[in-house]
Design a protein around this ligand. Sequence first.
Ligand code: KG4
Ligand code: ZN
Length: 347
Amino acid sequence: MIVLGIESSCDETAAAVVTGEREILASLVLSQIDEHRPYGGVVPEIAARAHVEHLDTMIGRAMAEASVGFGELDGVAATAGPGLIGGVIVGLMTGKAIAAAHELPLAAVNHLEGHALAPRLCGDFPFPYLVLLVSGGHCQLLIVERAGAYVRLGTTLDDAAGEAFDKVAKTLGLDYPGGPALEKAARNGDPTRFDLPRPMMGRAGCNFSFSGLKTAVVHRLRDLGEGALDAATRAGLAASFQAAVADVLCDRSANAIEVMAERHPEARGFAVSGGVAANAALRAALAETAEANGFTMTAPPPWLCTDNAAMIAWAGIERLRAGLADGLDVPARARWALDPGAGLAAV
Ligand code: KG4
Ligand code: ZN
């Protein structure tokens, strides 16, 4: 089975060709970071226009690199949401056009499903498993029962983890995008230098909250006074913030592992996925938590954690194998909860 994957839900224009044997024949990601940098965040209008401009070329290049013709494909998978609607429409319409022209089945993939199933693209990781999905737009703990079947145990009540990283990085005057820059700064800092809050920690359940932590960093900086942000202070704040996020993620994940162990006593798999899972310090902390609770943590390599089309192609393969092909009338959605029981309000 060979599937073309298309990802365009945020600021990456990506195309990939992946086989049912987990071979990534090509995976290309064109980042729009430079176009959004002057604004300090992603501008939806600019993103949509950039996807229109570059997607066809990216698909052509991915197919060439994989040495695969459209006639050799067994399906097309495109992100159909959630995300910035302009970009989602560009990718999904392109996927539909290729599927229609070459009479291929289409898989309309939920972007979160791409992140949630990515661990299975990396190796033999059996259903059911628990996944912590931490990205710029989302922070959720989910049980992955099988392709297309998810149970959400918790989500963020305010900011996503990556959003908090990005905002704190901006406050600290670090480069955009903030996550990787903050991780780098934190390497030289003392994580105990600033005593920051750990929202939700110790509470029952699996929900998250990050906006209070972000505000605490802003206040701490203000209290230090103007001119106090030297390299050591910046590193200390970055390290202290990262340590607080790690504590919260571990605490919430431990609760979710407990729920998982009750529902699926045979399950041992805990995966971490999404852009923030590229963070080495967080991965190490979460691996320790999993181990302490009798689970084994796995995380895709960093380039499969941040947005890419290989994970979308793989989710498409899983969906097509499960008989979950979509019609050409499937809509693009700005909001789309992975767990239908979770309700649209809390995507
Ligand atoms: O999954 P992703 O590429 O896009 C979304 O679906 O949102 O995640 C992007 C997010 C950004 O907030 C970025 O700052 C964060 O992931 N991120 C990191 C790291 N690398 C990316 N956060 C912390 N540490 C990192 N090394
Ligand atoms: Zn993502």
